[in-house]
Design a protein around this ligand. Sequence first.
Ligand code: NAD
Ligand code: IPM
Ligand code: MN
Length: 363
Amino acid sequence: MKKTIALLPGDGIGKEVVDVTVEVLKAVAEHFQHQFNFNYGLIGGDAIDQKGNPLPEETLEICRNSDAIILGAVGGPKWDNNPVELRPERGLLALRKALDLFANLRPIKTFDSLLDSSPLKKEYVNGVDFIIVRELTGGLYFGKPSERIVHEGQEAVVDTLLYKRSEIERILVSAFEMAQNRRKHVTSVDKANVLESSRVWREVAEEVSKRYPDVELEHMLVDNAAMQLIRSPKQFDVIVTENMFGDILSDEASMITGSLGMLSSASLSSDGLHLYEPVHGSAPDIAGKNIANPIATVLSAAMMLRQSFGLEEEAKAIEKAVDNVLNSGLRTADLTEAGKAVSTKRIGEEIISALADDREIIK
Ligand code: NAD
Ligand code: IPM
Ligand code: MN
């Protein structure tokens, strides 16, 4: 199979984890006889420094001319005091909007070998397997006005939480479809006791659920959901929620797996050009040290192979290689004590060697 993949490493550890992922994809291409062409694009802080724009038009073109996109992360202290249009995060938000990447899937699945790495008790996290379906192109992130204003004669500020009914409907449809192929349970998370947007969200959830009689729908208030994720995470199958709640709950849920550096994601669009990105950010505190965990991005590439290219066997091969490396006891610093940790690059090399070993056995 011949595919073109856009690579947007971005800032901080984004570059380090994308470098490892590209090497893993090259190894997959070799073992399974595919041709992957990689096209690099600038986004975030780097793009601001080089082009004066966090999402240059060339980058959008590179994405549009590709079969799928892999993104590292954007942001860093260097740009934190920039005006809003010149913030790295603006580039990522603009990309999500431009490509209509409305459904962000964030699977939370524990690895047996990492049960001791979670701060939660083993018996609570063992066997956890759910997915957060986060709405990604609406809500507070994109509503206008979003600005400083004068209100009642005082300095004030406004952000706007806006959703079209159709935007709520399509993300709920994605969640129900996903649940049909899983354990048939959807938890729709909102703040319907306070927010009108959440009350409409609930109405739409009820309407959509009628089309999926085999799927059970439960509504949960977001504050309770934050607590339930820690108290009994095994109750969840598919969680669907609006943009900001999904952002917060997924970082929280990452600790069930042991580290934010383990969480992969797929951002799916309406027209089939999807983006794959780790849930974590550019981690300025550890950037440039070759100690970041690359597994979230490597597993995002596996999601890409499965979802965008239909390469199930190849996706499984990556997942198995990651599992084998973790079973062998090798870990980056986020998952073990400092003295025992190995580097970002070493984890990448081990994943590639586990892939090769597996292919030898199959041959
Ligand atoms: P972060 O996710 O970058 O880091 C949070 C903590 O987790 C840090 O201590 C970091 O070292 C650790 N961490 C994150 N990923 C890791 C990995 N792969 N391996 C080991 N440890 C890891 O969040 P933050 O510190 O709040 O934000 C830093 C910058 O990243 C900000 O500019 C923010 O806007 C940006 N950000 C970008 C994205 C994205 O591009 N998708 C996501 C989140 C944050
Ligand atoms: C994420 C990040 C982004 C978000 C930021 C960087 C805009 O936190 O991808 O989770 O809030 O969506
Ligand atoms: Mn986030």
